[in-house]
Design a protein around this ligand. Sequence first.
Ligand code: INI
Length: 154
Amino acid sequence: MPTKIQGELVCPDVSIAIVVSRFNDLITTRLVDGATETISRHGGNADRIDVVSVPGSFEIPLAAQKLASSGKYAAVICVGAVIQGSTTHHEYINSQVAAGIMSVSRDTGVPVTFGVITCESMDQALDRAGGKVGNKGVEAALAAIEMINLLKKL
Ligand code: INI
């Protein structure tokens, strides 16, 4: 029988940081709410959540790096919303944010999760911020909890 190893979805009493972009804050505040509520509902300590805001999604990786390397946080949850405009500006932001978040996680060994919505319209963003397609902040918080627990086992 293979040995199955996975992280539980029970949040230990640890400090967790959420990095949020203020750009499209109608969306991103909902993502923060989803993430914090998820941590609490899964047993985490809401008093140990720090919410750090940055101007736009492009700035998320740098703040995440500082937080993840501080040794204070068991995980860093990144939330933002990049909505396609009439230029290719969003493509540059998206590629850098996704790659930046991944390299922070790999470099520090701290789970840094990706709750950044990348979509074509405000309606699509609302759908993914607590609307009919769920909430990316919830997803990113669940991934953080699971990874915190998984890393302890590996
Ligand atoms: N930042 C976002 O988080 N979402 C966007 O949709 C967006 N658009 O479309 O421009 C955006 N731009 C700002 C960017 O993240 C930086 O803050 C800015 O370029 C300064 O570095």
